[in-house]
Design a protein around this ligand. Structure first.
Ligand code: ADP
Ligand code: MG
Length: 336
């Protein structure tokens, strides 16, 4: 018998007045899984976490933790009585308590020497054993985030919820804190839901990824599937600009202005168009192509080109920045 999912949502909906924040969402997360919830601002990510935590009671649907219903139309288990840890974007540490006292706060029998040993152990796990007596304002953003994680782990929760945990850290700190956090969660084997609005972060952190849009879950899958087999145009567009090319359909292939393409990323609403990511195309210097570069967007390690084709289509092409082409050179677009 397969174990019940650690977190299960069944047709969960929630609204604030007329605003539908979460719309018929179903989701299973297993123990040991890191599930990334990806969506733009206002798509309902935080509301969904608050519903799992029990801080908000959904209007409709069923929430179960470890196979037991914790909230439905008939009843609602309060947040304190759920085995759930929660880390917020702004850490929410108590400013007048030391790092150790903040972690102790998460332990029920916090006055005992066992509690102190455990809290020190948790700070050691996040690499802060020499900062136990530090006040939050003397810690860097990354250190504060790690104290918040240690505090959330203190009750040995089965479920961990992280709401944009790295978004207020600068890029240099972020990678290190992310590494520490994911290692601790994997070692603890908890079921984690991590919210992010950063597509690259969702793909690199999640064992699975779900895309929320306007309160609806539009796709759930492995990072590879989410990126390479989007459920439709909206899911595809979550990862930035995308090209939509029309053409002549021939079985499972489509003939476009730039060649024949296999239909693996078809827009279900438009059977004879194909969606191609900018990096699936390549620009080559060519007098025959009849294409010209309209705009250049430097992205750091890559460069995005907007190209006007001879057929008057506009295509986005992404190249390594080391392969840069001059703006006024004649080019052709090919499939990579
Ligand atoms: P996200 O975390 O993805 O940015 P939220 O879950 O915070 O999205 O919000 C989803 C929608 O619900 C938004 O339209 C937001 O304005 C609305 N909303 C969230 N919390 C409240 C609240 N306490 N009262 C009224 N509206 C809310
Ligand atoms: Mg939010």
């Amino acid at each position: 018998m397969t174990p019940a999912p650690a977190i299960q949502l069944e047709n969960v909906s929630h609204s604030y007045g007329d605003v539908v924040a979460v719309d018929q969402v179903s989701l299973d997360v297993s123990l040991g899984e890191i599930h990334c919830l990806l969506g733009a601002s206002g798509s309902g990510k935080s509301t969904l976490l608050r519903i799992i935590a029990g801080l908000e009671r959904q209007r409709e649907g069923v929430v179960s933790i470890d196979g037991e219903v914790v909230s439905d139309a008939a009843g609602h288990t309060e947040a304190e009585r759920r085995s759930v840890g929660f880390v917020l974007q702004d850490y929410a540490l108590f400013p007048h308590l030391t790092a150790l006292e903040n972690v102790l706060f998460g332990i029920p029998d916090r006055k005992t020497s066992e509690a102190r040993t455990r809290a020190e152990g948790l700070l050691d796990d996040v690499g802060l054993v020499d900062r136990v007596d530090s006040m939050p304002h003397t810690l860097s953003g990354g250190e504060q985030q790690r104290v918040a994680l240690a505090r959330a782990m203190a009750r040995s929760p089965r479920v961990m919820l992280l709401d944009e945990p790295f978004s207020s850290l600068d890029a240099q700190l972020r990678a290190g804190v992310r590494e520490t956090t994911l290692r601790i969660l994997r070692e603890a084997g908890v079921a984690t839901v991590m919210v992010t609005h950063d597509p690259a972060e969702a793909l690199s952190c999640g064992d699975r990824v779900s895309i929320l849009r306007g309160g609806k879950m539009i796709q759930t899958g492995s990072p590879e599937a989410i990126y390479h087999q989007p459920s439709g145009r909206e899911a595809a567009e979550t990862f930035g600009v995308i090209n939509r090319l029309g053409g002549e359909r021939k079985g499972d292939r489509i003939r476009t202005s730039i060649g024949e393409v296999e239909l693996s990323t078809q827009d279900p609403d438009h059977p004879d168009t194909i969606l191609l990511r900018p990096e699936q195309l390549i620009l080559v210097a060519s007098e025959e192509g009849g294409c010209r570069i309209d705009r250049i967007f430097p992205e750091g390690s890559t460069t995005l080109y907007l190209v006007q084709t001879a057929e008057d289509e506009r295509l986005y092409v992404r190249m390594l920045s080391t392969e840069t082409l001059p703006a006024d050179s004649p080019v052709a677009v090919r499939l990579r």
